[in-house]
Design a protein around this ligand. Structure first.
Ligand code: GAP
Length: 446
């Protein structure tokens, strides 16, 4: 983990947030390469969940949330962790995460600590202006259920997908970006007919495991566990977690829950102020019911299958898998991030042999622009004047190809293309470099 953290800082993937003022625990900033990697991961999810299917719509809803939403979702009551204090050193931590120095010491009785961040909207700070920073993106999907349904005319099964920030005041954030207080989630709420929920749950678990493999996580590093007992969220009938072997141990990467009709039912019931069960009754004529009519005009509260993945945990897993130290000749070694092509933060680096040679630099920029226009991701000109150093840097940040512009490029119209993984080099005519690049990235639409 230390090596990954050091590389992330050294190369500009991830920085401690507010570092110049001492930093804030559990908050991180994504630098120039981190933002590219993160966007690539989110785009890959969006493509597989929204674009490559015909039954999912997208959403990007507000983060600040009406307190009633989180009251009736059950979060005000139950979104808590048990907090204890060590009577000898005064440290505060989660009951299930006792630090080494407090083991065996006398602890206070656990008390429930709500993880939601509260704020106020507008200039008056009182109960009437209270709002929460959302602790999951899912609730905004439920409260927009009718809006999406009315504007898209969907029938079951269908889903609503959202990627965005969530906030949790974790008692003990730790393990770099694994457990943080501000993070991103990629969540799909997939609405199905009650009775078909278990089959869909199974299907989504299988599909999500395949998607993580497509991001470069080998099957043997992933494990499925069924969540039981107190770990099962208040809304869930059954949850299966996709666990990954992080550098600090096997932990949750994504959870796939069967949330039944808990949320839609609860919001319908409470916003209408009706004392009805989660099932919306047929004669309840409200425009705001979060339900759908079947062909016989009967109202059904769909069940929800929810694959919910953490972007930051995904980034950590992907960097961890990509990180490779390779032995070279003469006792030398190199660090390479062997990202899948579609995730690589930089798609190609164009490197002029000499930094002060105007013709070489101009040609490098011309090539860069000709490749950038295909929008496969970021292409850069690396004008350090030191080819060896540039190759080392681009190995370390996972750039799949480096294109070197030298005097042959000016005289014979050709460049050298170096492959990150094999380190092999080939000569490509400048007039063919766009085709080469496009072929190289042809399968990038994973
Ligand atoms: N809507 C369901 C939900 O939020 P969750 O298991 O609490 O379920 C889903 O969270 C995913 O969000 C987790 O699998 C994890 O990847 C990510 N996640 C949750 N808390 C996190 C935290 N404090 N830091 C980073 N990622 C977190």
């Amino acid at each position: 983990m230390e090596e990954l953290v050091a590389l992330c800082k050294r190369r500009g993937f991830i920085f401690q947030s507010s570092e110049i003022y001492g930093g804030i625990q559990g908050l991180y900033d994504y630098g120039p390469l981190g933002v590219e990697l993160k966007n690539n991961l989110k785009n890959s999810w969006w493509k597989s969940i929204v674009y490559n299917r015909d039954d999912v719509e997208g959403l990007d809803a507000a983060i600040l949330t009406h307190p009633s939403v989180l009251k009736y979702s059950g979060h005000e009551q139950t979104f808590t962790d048990p907090l204890v204090d060590c009577k000898s050193c005064g440290l505060r931590f989660r009951e299930d995460q006792i630090p080494e120095q407090c083991k065996g010491e006398e602890l206070t009785e656990p008390r429930e600590f709500n993880l939601m961040f509260e704020t106020n909207i507008g200039p008056v700070v009182d109960d009437s202006s209270k709002a929460y920073l959302r602790p999951e993106t899912a609730q905004q999907i439920y409260i927009n259920f009718k809006n999406v349904l009315d504007t898209t005319s969907r029938s079951l099964p269908f889903g609503i997908a959202q990627i965005g920030k969530s906030f949790r005041n974790e008692i003990t954030p730790r393990n770099f970006i694994f457990r943080v207080r501000e993070f991103e989630q990629m969540e799909l709420e997939y609405f199905v007919l009650p009775g078909e929920d278990e089959a869909w749950h199974k299907k989504w678990i299988e599909d999500r495991v395949v998607w993580w493999q497509e991001q470069g996580i080998p099957e043997d590093k992933l494990k499925l566990i069924t969540v039981t007992g107190d770990d099962l969220a208040h809304y869930s009938k059954s949850t299966v977690d996709i666990m990954y072997t992080f550098p600090h141990g096997i932990e949750e990467l994504e959870g796939i829950a069967n949330r039944t009709d808990f949320d839609l039912g609860s919001h319908t019931k409470h916003q209408n102020n009706l004392n009805i069960s989660a099932k919306v009754e047929d004669n309840n004529d409200s425009n705001t019911r979060l339900a759908i009519q079947n062909e016989d005009k009967e109202w059904i509260v769909p069940y929800v299958i929810e694959p919910s993945a953490g972007v930051d945990r995904g980034v950590l897993a992907i960097i961890n898998e990509a990180y490779t130290v390779e032995k070279l000749e003469d006792d030398k070694s190199r660090i390479v991030l062997k990202f899948k092509k579609h995730l690589a933060p930089i798609k190609a680096a164009v490197i002029p042999l000499k930094r002060n040679n105007e013709d070489l630099v101009r040609l490098a920029h011309t090539i860069k622009n000709s490749l950038q226009k295909y929008q496969k991701g970021r292409v850069v000109v690396e004008n350090t004047g030191n080819i060896g150093k540039s190759y080392r840097k681009h190995d370390e940040i996972g750039t799949p190809i480096c294109i070197t512009v030298d005097f042959d490029s000016l005289n014979k119209n050709c460049v050298t293309v170096r492959d990150r993984d094999s380190m092999s080099q080939e000569t490509v005519d400048v007039s063919n470099i766009e085709t080469y690049f496009n072929n190289f990235y042809s399968e990038v639409d994973v």
